[in-house]
Design a protein around this ligand. Structure first.
Ligand code: UDP
Length: 236
């Protein structure tokens, strides 16, 4: 397979069909735009499995995704997308950069979910933008509105699904692109690398903050998320 692009957590390969790609989920972990590096044992296969399960929940809620099928233990076959150069963050509780930026304590629930846009640029360190900046980056305002609506639909589907499994969806990052027909689809991943997942009973962190903050126990936390997501729904 021909490598098209290697990112920090995934590798994209051209497949035989020009409209599809294979995506490999790596065990490598980075934080702080590559300043921290490490390996989380079996992260790739776990993130692949978590992403597949959660993208199916998202699809069932009417949001198109790039997912086609699983391949092996750490790949998916996906539709090739032309990626929109924005990271879309949805927040349900105060945490991370929102807590730092506004000088607020982590943990408080927000009255309504907040959607934020960041310009995807390693050089600039993915700066926070306002929607009016997007046209300067080649993304029109109609697309920005569509992304906001899709991101809120993803949140409305995932938050209750996860809470049923004892996980609070604190915040998460999504990336979207357009397929050959021009349809906007969710791409990238939905995993503990890109979401904050807190245990609903104890507030224990079950996500990449364990790595970012040197707490240890990353592999165990990711395995616990997968175990809860893959288990049949309690009471069902
Ligand atoms: N996030 C991500 N990639 C990034 C930045 C953020 O996946 O490059 C995710 C992160 O895991 C969290 C959410 O987006 O679930 C919000 O992150 P935040 O802005 O609080 O940034 P951080 O605290 O990670 O600097």
């Amino acid at each position: 397979m021909k490598r098209m692009y290697e990112g920090k957590a995934k590798i994209v390969y051209q497949s035989d069909d020009p409209e599809t790609v294979h995506i490999e989920y790596k065990d490598e972990a980075t934080a702080g735009n590559g300043a921290m590096r490490g390996v989380i044992a079996r992260k790739g296969p776990m993130n692949r499995d978590i992403t597949v399960q959660l993208m199916r929940v998202v699809e069932a809620a009417g949001v198109p995704t790039h997912l086609l099928t699983e391949v092996g233990d750490r790949f998916i076959l996906a539709r090739k997308l032309r990626m929109i150069p924005l990271e879309v963050v949805v927040r349900n509780r105060i945490a991370g950069s929102l807590a730092r930026r506004l000088g607020l304590a982590e943990g408080a629930p927000l009255p309504e979910p907040i959607v934020e846009f960041y310009y995807k640029s390693d050089e600039l360190g993915d700066p926070l933008i306002v929607p009016a900046h997007a046209p300067l980056l080649g993304v029109d305002l109609e697309t920005v509105r569509a992304l906001e609506e899709l991101a809120l639909r993803v949140n409305a589907a995932l938050a209750p699904f996860l809470l049923d499994r004892g996980i609070v969806l604190v915040d998460f990052k999504l990336e979207f692109g357009r397929d050959a027909e021009g349809t906007i689809r969710l791409g990238d991943e939905i995993s503990p690398d890109t979401c904050r997942f807190w245990d609903a009973a104890t507030n224990e962190k079950l996500d990449k903050d364990r790595f970012r903050r040197g707490l240890g126990g990353e592999a165990e936390a990711y395995a616990e998320v997968l175990r809860r997501i893959a288990a049949p729904r309690p009471g069902a």
